[in-house]
Design a binder for this molecule. Structure first.
Ligand code: AHR
Length: 491
């Protein structure tokens, strides 16, 4: 029997809702087809946005959406995407499959999407190939309500009132696709570009600097040293590649060894977050600057027969557990991690939604976001679970169980727990300190490790109610089945 202790009297930090954020890039079928089909499409839409996709995303309470990239952001010139659609420039999306980008989805369309989703926009500016003036004017166009050239242009394009835009990224992966810069060069560029991103008309920008990939601690060190005082957030990107960048493996056809190897890789997120925070603290003693994990998720070989530049992949129970683990890690580090954006929202990498023409399916990862949504804006609680190491290879061991717990504004305890074993169920004895359970509800997502939802069988992996628990004097006893993600709410 594994002991699991949750202390309702030990509140740690608020879990900001933006941890449950998403990322949309002009890449493959993410924006076009996946989200935006245009007003004249036969697919039901509101102002060009797919109704089914918008409704599904509202159901998981999407809090924030990042756009337009990714690598695309540092090649994107926002003025190409405003004004009458027939006049918008057509260009090649050089990063992603050489597709024709007709710019029919631009600033107004993105802000309309966020309006429909009722989520915060997070716009990523172009530092890699754009000018300081171009970035400054984008902020002015978006947020200035007075008389100015950009405000006039916005009005001419049909939007009288300025929008509110809080989150603004100054460049993306500038150590790589965003200009191959050294950290000190970027840090100085960051200082310069951000100077001209003004707070207009009561709008207060939350400026996010390009941070490191994975364990590139030198980048964090240099950027924090030079530019730490000028930012609100520093980004971190970490993708889970089962066998490394050059050996990603298949999204669905994988064996038990690969299961544990992948989970071992994904668990490194915690180590990277903690180490980057340690460095940030050297230069930011008040712990003011947040860590923003604005790209994370699994990355496999593209689905056979699809455009290699489109990064389309299926999503299995392995991805559900990857999502469960990472969201637990972000909750546990919520004192400093204030936003995370899974890559990417529809039809690209670890998507919550896949589409094919008018059809849409919800992936196992979607269901995990739905199960975890009650953590949004709740307060992280101190919790501890007894674990043991499991796996098939010495270098790829993982803990058998992974959890996080929070308390919401109604005093309900929410805990989410994952069983990483593909062979064993575990008995759990939960002890609740400072809370007497009156009513408990639970649900579960579990299946074989390779199970996924397809357009032919869209409900193969789905959430079920779970009643097989016993409320005890001290808390709650239950058995967590192998290969599963569970969520409990205790009133
Ligand atoms: O998500 C795909 C790409 O991964 C993004 O465009 C880039 O930022 C990262 O390298």
């Amino acid at each position: 029997m594994a002991k699991y202790i949750i202390n309702a009297e030990k509140k740690i930090s608020k879990i900001s809702k933006e941890i449950y954020g998403h990322f949309s890039e002009h890449l493959g079928r993410c924006i076009y087809e996946g989200i935006y089909v245009g007003e004249n499409s036969d697919i039901p839409n509101v102002n060009g946005m797919r109704k089914d996709v918008v409704q599904a995303l509202k159901e998981i309470k999407i809090p924030v959406l990042r756009w337009p990239g990714g690598c695309f952001a540092d090649e994107y010139h926002w003025k190409d995407g405003i004004g009458p659609k027939e006049n918008r420039k057509k260009m090649i999306n050089t990063h992603w499959g050489g597709a024709v980008e007709d710019n029919s989805f631009g600033t107004h369309e993105f802000m309309e999407l966020c309006r429909q989703l009722e989520c915060e926009p997070y716009i990523n500016g172009n530092l890699g190939s754009g000018t300081v003036q171009e970035m400054a004017e984008w902020v002015e166009y978006l947020t200035f309500n007075g008389i100015s050239p950009m405000a006039e242009l916005r009005k001419k394009n049909g939007h009288e009132e300025a929008w509110k835009v809080k989150y603004f990224g100054i460049g993306n992966e500038n150590w790589g696709c965003g200009g191959n810069m050294t950290p000190d060069f970027y840090a100085n560029m960051y200082r310069r570009y951000q100077t001209y991103c003004r707070n207009y008309s009561g709008n207060k920008l939350y400026k996010i600097a390009c941070g490191p990939p994975d364990n590139n601690y030198n980048w964090t060190e240099e950027v924090m040293k030079i530019a730490g005082n000028y930012m609100d957030g520093l980004s971190l990107h970490y993708y889970t590649f089962p066998g490394g960048w050059s050996n990603k493996g298949d999204a669905v056809e994988f064996d038990s060894e690969c299961w544990y190897k992948t989970l071992n890789k994904t668990l490194k997120m915690d180590e990277f977050i903690k180490n980057h925070i340690k460095i940030m603290n050297k230069y930011d003693k008040e712990e003011r600057v947040a860590l923003i994990v604005d790209e994370w998720g699994s990355w496999y070989d593209v689905e056979k027969g699809t455009n290699p530049g489109f990064l389309y992949q299926q999503n299995t129970m392995r991805d559900a557990v990857i999502a469960g683990i990472n969201l637990n890690i972000f909750n546990k580090n919520s004192k400093r991690v204030k936003m995370a954006n899974i890559a990417q929202i529809v039809n690209v990498l670890q998507s919550v939604i896949l589409t094919e023409g008018e059809k849409m399916i919800l992936t196992p990862t979607y269901h995990v976001f739905n199960m975890y949504k009650d953590h949004q804006e709740a307060t992280l609680l101190e919790s501890y679970i007894e674990t043991k190491e499991i796996g098939l290879e010495e270098e790829n061991l993982v803990p058998n169980l992974h959890e996080s717990a929070s308390i919401d504004k109604y005093g309900r305890i929410i805990f989410t727990i994952n069983n990483l074993s593909i062979t064993d169920d575990y008995k759990i004895e939960t002890g609740l300190l400072g809370k007497e359970p009156k009513m408990v509800t639970a649900n579960i997502l579990n299946n074989e490790m390779n199970a996924c939802n397809t357009f032919e069988n869209p409900n193969m992996v789905n959430v079920k109610e779970f009643n097989n628990f016993k409320i005890t004097e001290k808390g709650l006893n239950f058995t967590i089945p192998k290969c599963s993600v569970m969520r409990f709410v205790i009133e």
